[in-house]
Write a protein that binds this ligand. Structure first.
Ligand code: TYD
Length: 140
């Protein structure tokens, strides 16, 4: 994916496999079955105080699948030209975020868990943390 031209239309909500049982549900995420990348890292945000905003950056090469493992939150996606807001509130749906997209995560419900499956290890030099640098990345 060319990070300069990637756009929010490439960021879609995908339905994940769910095995339903009266005793509780299971959702499964497997490499390349539900997302177009191999998972190298998993992390999760939790104990997020009400009103907090996370994100506020883009990635140059990283793909992510974001899941509301518990509770709900909104992901604001911005490709420099267009924006969309996706509410995640079910553990069997994930939002694919491709490289070159500015994202903010807001409106965390109490007890929300934001589970992130990522295509690479943590690399600070993959982040674009300044919006004017992001506009340059997008050639705007
Ligand atoms: P950051 O990705 O900026 O958080 P968010 O987008 O959720 O607001 O990460 C916050 C801090 O944690 C930052 O100093 C980098 C560090 N961090 C790691 O060291 N490893 C990781 O895998 C992640 C996701 C963050």
């Amino acid at each position: 994916m060319n990070r300069s031209v990637s756009d929010i239309h490439s960021c879609n909500v995908v339905e994940l496999t769910k095995i339903h049982s009266p005793a509780g549900n299971i959702t499964i995420i497997q490499n390349r079955v539900h997302q177009p990348f191999n998972i190298k890292r998993v992390y999760y945000l939790y104990d997020v105080p009400g009103g907090s905003e996370r994100g506020g950056h883009a990635h140059k090469a990283l793909y992510q699948l974001i899941v509301a493992a518990s509770g709900s939150f909104d992901v604001i996606l911005d490709d420099g030209r267009n924006k969309k807001i996706i509410q995640l509130n079910r553990p069997n749906f994930g939002l694919l975020v491709v490289p070159g997209i500015w994202r903010q995560v807001v409106n965390f419900s109490s007890g929300a868990i934001c589970l992130v499956l990522a295509s690479d290890k943590y690399k600070e030099n993959d982040y674009v943390r300044n919006y004017s640098d992001f506009r340059k990345l997008k050639k705007l």
